[in-house]
Every structure is written in structure tokens, then in C-alpha cells.
Write a new protein. Structure first.
Ligand SMILES: Nc1ncnc2c1ncn2[C@@H]1O[C@H](COP(=O)(O)OP(=O)(O)OP(=O)(O)O)[C@@H](O)[C@H]1O
Ligand SMILES: [Mg+2]
Lengths: 299, 432
């Protein structure tokens, strides 16, 4: 073992002990059947009535492939969690779903992503209504350097969702309340959004996204900077939202994925390794890589 | 204690060992920075000191008090009070008469010529103006302050020394004696040099003013600003936010960068060839000057504006696009407010360069000797730096201080422009 590995060892053990304490201890008993070398997706990637239907999506940054042959459905009224080690392409996949990758110069997306009978990647698609329909919470909180109020009012205003100031105020207040931010910012609505704390900024961005009432919400680690109480609030919000809408959430917290999501997809180095119901992924993973990851044996 | 800890030196010791070197390099850098600032401040101080100390005297002018008898026989022999008659009357005669009254002992032709030359030729124009404004003056006798000749002015201000041999002076001994008499009688006084601020150029230094050049500069800069500001902004925003990244855009970019490095006189040649020779715009006009300077400043504005746009974090754009804003909305509502201060800085740098530019204006004839104050962008005009160049080139001693004074005015103009830009910038910065 190298020095570095030796130093890293103790924390690994701590991780594993944590894993042991989880309620899914019996995963150690089950044996995954698909070997680590198999990079084809295992499990049920498609559903009968998909909201978004992705087929053979490949993404390249320049010549470097970041995602390979991802075929995955996002169901209606479902929360689907994307998990996987850092750099495996979760954000990249999420950004494909609302054409956010357009903003990256060297990024190229192939394959088809169908929503409402149209291919998102079609050149004739207008990205403005697409992004209004598919909202996104970014991995890094990125509030506008404007007032808290303006941050949330911007979306509804440009889409004409409010007839007058009263309606706009109402949208702002309900969005803030739903994300549990209202009590903290109600006295400072005119202060810059960038002056909020990291976690508050994250919730501000969530509030900004739900203010335009998107039908699909893409959330890239929305709770990474939140305390357990705020996290609970957001998870409750997701529960409410998914009665009408679909939510795709990227998370590094396996507990969170287990708590909120209906289905879980595991990515590994650009490949979609395994998809299944959350119950099945966390209790009876089929792929060896999935099992390694959720038991903390990865790496 | 495990093996790991004992086999390695403690981190804190390593950190401590490296501290002196780190502190030293920081100290060295700080002192270098401080020294550079002191040196540049020193240069700035020397610059301002020389200009101000040489130029401030030009804001005053020596005047002589004359008892002028507005003699009707001389001004309006027929008594018609007709404007034409009044405007062509011999006002110089009035001055000569009152000078002769002051020095009755001067009789010879030669001496009289010397005596009369003490007073500026502009004095007669001033009397004419007074009479034209108020014909009732005719027949009265009044005490009038009129400017003296520039050589006298220089002597009174101490710029010309008295103890050099007479042959090397412009003023004869006898003239100096008269002046001493006048001074003793308190008939000479330094007063605020209004003429310098309200007149156009003149061959006579005591009559020469900066206003014509200042107006020329203002008109030229207005044309420059009106053209280069919107075109530069639009180009920068388009290239930075909308343009597809391809060979053509790269080519345009390279060319803009090259244009920024083209010597300004080339732009003057271009203006001469295109606007004056080909399109027959008037020569020496601020319109052409403004066009040429707009060409010259455009690359500067575009490059600075693009820099300002580039420095806006991409996450802001993503945030706006993410809620469904069009590119235009993202740029207008979120990128521009952040970039405007930087873009304005670019405009200011460009405009300051345009204000100080001489070479291209020489090519398009804004170097002509122009007495009249331009009243629009088509009138012949000159500009401040060109005026400075012209005066610096003039042989008269009195133009030396006026050159420095003109530089002070130019710098003042620059300060006003910068102050405006800073105010504008502050306004944009606080727009939530
Ligand atoms: N703009 C980019 N340009 C080039 N390569 C990129 C870019 N963005 C991401 N990548 C690469 O694509 C791969 C996937 O990145 P992605 O951001 O999707 O990872 P992720 O799964 O979201 O990781 P994390 O959990 O750390 O957020 C990485 O190897 C990354 O280096
Ligand atoms: Mg990510």
C-alpha cells in the first residue's frame, strides 16, 4: 500500500462502520450476480408511461465521452434518484434533460430524449418553453445578485405568470414558504440574494425554480448544504410536488435517496449501471458495482 | 503514537520552517509595490507641478486703465448712430488719444508707435463692442480697463527679464520706463483672464482663448461617443453572448485585436481618404474628426466590454436560462447589470484616448488656424490637443504659459469626464 492509501484507510473503515449501522444491513448477505466488468445497464430502465424517454444518450466534452449509451425513462409522478461516485456523469445527464449543456461550448449530445412526443435535442425545439417546463436546481447555488424578491419574481415575470403585483407577491411568498425560507428572509426581501447563507441560497434557488411551476424538476444535490431540518422540509416539498410532477434528484446521500425516491439509477464512470426501484437497489442490488457503492466498498 | 506519526516530521514544524521564506517574499513584494506606487506618484506630481506652475499665470492678464473719451467727432461724425457707421469707426484712434493724453511728452512718430504698441490690438475691439452695446456712451469720458500687449504682460508677470541688454528684448527701455510710470500711478493691474476662456484662437496671445478648441473637442467627442458607444456595446454583447463560435467569428476577433494596435495616424489617413476625398465631407469638421476617432476607439471599447462580459460568472447566465429566460433576457436582466461598470470603464478609456488624440486630427485638417467658435459639428474646428500643439509651436513667449494653461483645461475636461463615468457606474452598481 502507498502512504496515501495508508492515510486514507482509517476513514474508510469509519465509512464502513456507518454503513453497517444502516437499516439495510442484510445487503451484505445478498450476493450481486452481475460482475464488475459488465457495463450494460441492468434492471428496469424503462417504464410503461414515461414522462421523459431517453434512448442511447451519449455526451462528449470535446472528444472525451462523459456519458455512454444511457437509456432511461423518467416516469410521471415519480421521484427518481441518480447516485454514483463523483465525476460519473450525473450532472451531465441532468443537464441533457433541459438542454442546459447547450451553454457548454465543447459539449455534444447524441441520442434521443423524448418529452411530449418531441425530441429535446431537435434543433427546431425552442429551449425557452422547454426550460420553463423542465426546471432545474443547480449543483452550486447560483442566486442572481439581485434582491431575494427579484430572484424569485424573475421567472414568473418573464413568463407572464402573474397578472399584477399582488399575484406576483403571492407567488414569491408561497415559493419561499414551501422551501421553508420565508421565516428567515421575510424581513430582508430587498436584500441581495447573494448575502444569504449557503443553505439559504440553496433553498432560494429551489424556490426560484418552483416559482415557475415546472412539470419536471431537475435537482442537482439540492440539500448538500442543508441541516437535517431544512432537508426534511425540502423532502416534504418533493413529496408534495411529485403528486403532479416528476422529479429527478442527484444526491450523494444514500439515506436521502432511500427516503425520497421511488426509483434509483446508479451511474459509474459515464455508464448507467443499474436502475430499479429504490427498495430493490438498496436491498438487492444486482450489479456488483452498485453493491460496492451502496455498501461503501467502492474504490 | 503509531509508526506513521513518528516516521515523519511534524507538519507544524515543516510549516514553521517554511514561514521565514514566505514572509520574506511577501515583504519583498509589498515593498516593490509600495516603491512603484511612490515612483508613479512622484512622476504624476512632477507632471502636475510643472504644468500648473507654468500655466496658472495664464489665467490672469495685465490690463491697463485708460481714460477714454468716446469722441463723437471720431466715432460718428454725421451723428446718425447708424450701426454700420459705428462698427467701422476708428476705435484705435480713441486708444491712441487716451495714451497720448497719459504721456503728452511723447511726440515723435517712432516713439508714438512704441507707446501705442503697449496696448493690445484687441483693446479697440473691446471699445467697439461697448459702443455697439450702448451707443449712449458716445460723447462721454470713461475709465476703461483694456488688455495690454502680450510682451507687456510677460514683463509685468516677470516672465521677461528687465536686465538683459535692450537689443535682446522685445520691449525698448523707453517702453519699460513708461510702464514703470503707469505702474506707479496704479494704472496697470492683473485681472482674471476671461478672454482665455471665451475666445477662439488668435495670433495675439493676449486675445487667444481655449473656448474654440474646447467646443471643437466637445463636438468631436459627442460624435465619437454617439457612434462608438452603441456600436461597441452591441458588438461586444453579440460576440460574447450570441455569436456561434466558428472560424468567421475568430477572424473578426483577431481583426478587432489588430485594429486596437493600429497607429492612430492611419485612422486619420482613412478618414482623409474616405470621408473627405471620397464622401466630400467638410474638411476640419468635428463630424469627420468624430468619425475617425470613433473608428479608433471602437476596438478599445469592444475589447474592454468583452472583458467585462467575460468576467460575469457563467452560473448567472445558467441561472437565468434555467428558469426559462431567453438569451436576450438573461443578458439584459442579469449579465449586463454586472458588466456595465466594466464596459463603462472601457468607454472612458476609449474616450480619454480620443480626447487626447492629435495625429488623426492633423490628417483631416483640424489643425487649421480657426478663430471662430464652432457652433455645430460641420463648422471648421480644432481640438484641445491640437490647440496645445499649435500654441507650443508658436514663437511668442506668452504662448508658453497658455500652452500649459490649455493642458490644464484638457486635464480638467478629462477629470470631469471621468467623474461623470464614475457617477454613472455607481448608479448602475446599486441597481438591485
Ligand atoms: N464543462 C465541462 N467540460 C469538460 N468536461 C466536463 C465538463 N463538465 C463535466 N465534465 C466531465 O464530465 C464528467 C462528468 O461530470 P459531471 O459533472 O456530470 O459529474 P457528476 O456525476 O455530477 O459529479 P459530482 O457528483 O462530483 O457532481 C467528469 O469527468 C467531468 O470532468
Ligand atoms: Mg454533479
Amino acid at each position: 500500500m502507498t502512504d496515501i492509501a495508508k492515510i486514507a484507510q482509517p476513514s474508510n473503515q469509519i465509512e464502513r462502520r456507518k454503513g453497517d449501522r444502516r437499516k439495510h444491513t442484510r445487503i451484505h448477505l445478498s450476493r450481486a450476480t452481475v460482475s464488475r466488468d459488465n457495463r450494460r445497464t441492468v434492471g428496469e430502465a424503462t417504464v410503461s408511461d414515461p414522462r421523459i424517454h431517453c434512448t442511447d444518450v451519449n455526451v462528449f466534452y470535446g472528444d472525451k465521452p462523459a456519458l455512454r449509451n444511457v437509456t432511461l425513462d423518467i416516469g410521471c409522478q415519480e421521484i427518481i434518484a441518480m447516485i454514483g461516485p463523483s465525476g460519473c456523469g450525473k450532472s451531465t445527464f441532468l443537464r441533457c434533460l433541459n438542454r442546459m449543456n447547450d451553454t457548454i461550448e465543447c459539449c455534444r449530445v447524441t441520442g434521443s430524449i423524448m418529452i411530449d412526443g418531441q425530441d429535446i435535442n431537435d434543433k427546431s425545439i425552442d429551449v425557452v418553453p422547454l426550460r420553463a417546463k423542465i426546471g432545474m436546481v443547480f449543483q452550486k447555488p447560483n442566486p442572481f445578485p439581485k434582491s431575494v424578491y427579484e430572484n424569485i419574481a424573475f421567472g414568473p415575470r418573464i413568463h407572464g405568470l402573474a397578472k399584477d403585483k399582488v399575484e406576483l407577491d403571492e407567488i414569491v411568498v408561497t415559493s419561499l414558504k414551501r422551501t421553508g425560507l420565508w421565516e428567515e428572509v421575510k424581513d430582508r426581501l430587498d436584500q441581495p440574494g447573494t448575502s444569504l447563507s449557503g443553505g439559504q441560497q440553496q433553498r432560494l434557488c429551489i424556490a426560484r425554480t418552483i416559482a415557475v411551476n415546472p412539470e419536471v424538476i431537475l435537482m442537482d444535490e439540492p440539500c448538500s448544504a442543508l441541516d437535517p431540518i431544512a432537508t426534511t422540509k425540502i423532502e416534504e416539498l418533493m413529496d408534495q410536488l411529485c403528486t403532479d410532477y416528476s422529479i429527478v434528484i442527484v444526491t450523494h446521500s444514500m439515506q436521502q435517496a432511500a427516503r425520497v425516491s421511488h426509483r434509483t439509477a446508479y451511474f459509474h464512470l459515464g455508464d448507467l449501471i443499474e436502475v430499479g426501484t429504490t427498495e430493490q437497489i438498496f436491498t438487492k442490488p444486482v450489479h456488483q458495482l452498485t453493491e460496492d457503492y451502496i455498501t461503501g466498498r467502492f474504490g | 503514537m503509531n509508526k506513521l506519526a513518528s516516521s515523519r516530521p511534524k507538519t507544524i514544524d515543516q510549516v514553521k520552517a517554511s514561514l521565514p521564506k514566505r514572509h520574506l517574499s511577501e515583504k519583498v513584494f509589498r515593498s516593490i509595490g509600495l516603491i512603484s506606487i511612490i515612483i508613479s506618484l512622484m512622476f504624476l506630481f512632477v507632471l502636475f507641478y510643472t504644468i500648473v506652475s507654468k500655466g496658472y499665470t495664464a489665467f490672469q492678464q495685465t490690463f491697463i486703465q485708460l481714460e477714454v473719451n468716446f469722441d463723437e467727432r471720431l466715432l460718428d461724425p454725421e451723428g446718425t448712430r447708424h450701426r454700420d457707421a459705428l462698427s467701422t469707426a476708428d476705435y484705435g484712434g480713441l486708444i491712441k488719444a487716451s495714451l497720448s493724453k497719459l504721456f503728452p511728452e511723447v511726440t515723435t512718430r517712432n516713439e508714438k508707435r512704441l507707446l501705442y504698441s503697449l496696448v493690445s490690438t484687441g483693446a479697440a475691439y473691446q471699445l467697439r463692442e461697448r459702443v455697439m452695446d450702448n451707443p449712449a456712451l458716445i460723447g462721454q469720458t470713461q475709465q476703461v480697463w483694456v488688455p495690454v500687449d502680450d510682451e507687456v504682460d510677460m514683463l509685468i508677470k516677470g516672465h521677461t527679464l528687465r536686465d538683459v541688454p535692450e537689443a535682446e528684448r522685445r520691449l525698448r527701455d523707453v517702453q519699460i520706463a513708461w510702464l514703470d510710470q503707469l505702474e506707479a500711478k496704479e494704472k496697470l493691474a492683473l485681472k482674471f483672464n476671461t478672454a482665455f476662456f471665451i475666445n477662439g484662437d488668435s495670433r495675439e496671445p493676449e486675445l487667444a482663448g481655449i473656448w474654440g478648441a474646447l467646443m471643437g473637442s466637445i463636438y468631436t467627442l459627442i460624435v465619437t461617443l454617439i457612434l462608438s458607444f452603441p456600436i461597441g456595446f452591441a458588438t461586444a454583447v453579440y460576440l460574447e453572448e450570441f455569436a456561434p463560435k466558428n472560424k468567421w467569428i475568430d477572424l473578426i476577433e483577431v481583426n478587432i485585436n489588430n485594429l486596437a494596435a493600429v497607429p492612430s495616424i492611419i485612422f486619420g489617413l482613412l478618414g482623409l481618404a474616405v470621408f473627405i476625398n471620397f464622401m466630400s465631407f467638410p474638411r476640419s469638421a468635428p463630424l469627420v474628426g468624430g468619425l475617425v476617432l470613433a473608428f479608433m476607439t471602437l476596438p478599445t471599447i469592444i475589447i474592454a466590454s468583452r472583458g467585462a462580459l467575460k468576467s460575469v460568472p457563467p452560473s448567472i447566465r445558467e441561472a437565468a436560462l434555467g428558469v426559462g429566460a431567453s438569451t436576450m433576457q438573461a443578458v439584459y436582466f442579469h449579465v449586463l447589470p454586472l458588466a456595465i461598470p466594466g464596459m463603462l470603464t472601457g468607454v472612458i478609456i476609449g474616450m480619454a484616448r480620443a480626447l487626447g488624440e492629435t495625429a488623426p486630427l492633423l490628417m483631416i485638417g483640424m489643425v487649421a488656424f480657426i478663430v471662430d467658435i464652432p457652433s455645430n459639428i460641420l463648422d471648421p474646428a480644432t481640438a484641445l490637443p491640437v490647440q496645445i500643439f499649435l500654441w507650443a509651436d508658436s514663437p511668442e513667449r506668452a504662448f508658453v504659459e497658455r500652452t500649459s494653461a490649455a493642458i490644464i483645461v484638457l486635464l480638467g475636461f478629462l477629470f470631469v469626464m471621468n467623474a461623470l463615468a464614475i457617477i454613472l457606474r455607481k448608479k448602475f452598481e446599486h441597481r438591485w
